[in-house]
Design a protein. Structure first.
Length: 71
């Protein structure tokens, strides 16, 4: 089953997701569609360098943050 998703790239995207408590998936940038590390967690905090989800920090340079939009 294929899912469509939107990648959260900007600070505004991350802020909106954090405030709305949207579930976010974490994937390796440039990886395969199946390279998901975190299936769905809420953004607790973000900085220019990292995003914190479920107590783990992910580098914004190495990972992308996805919101499921439909399928």
């Amino acid at each position: 089953m294929d899912f469509t998703y939107r990648v959260l790239e900007s600070d505004i995207d991350l802020l909106a997701s954090a405030l709305s408590e949207t579930l976010v998936a974490v994937a390796v940038k440039g990886g395969e569609a199946e390279d998901i590390l975190e299936l769905g967690g809420r953004i607790c905090e973000y900085t220019p360098n990292c995003v914190r989800i479920r107590g783990l920090s992910y580098s914004r340079e190495l990972y992308e943050f996805r919101v499921l939009t439909g399928g």
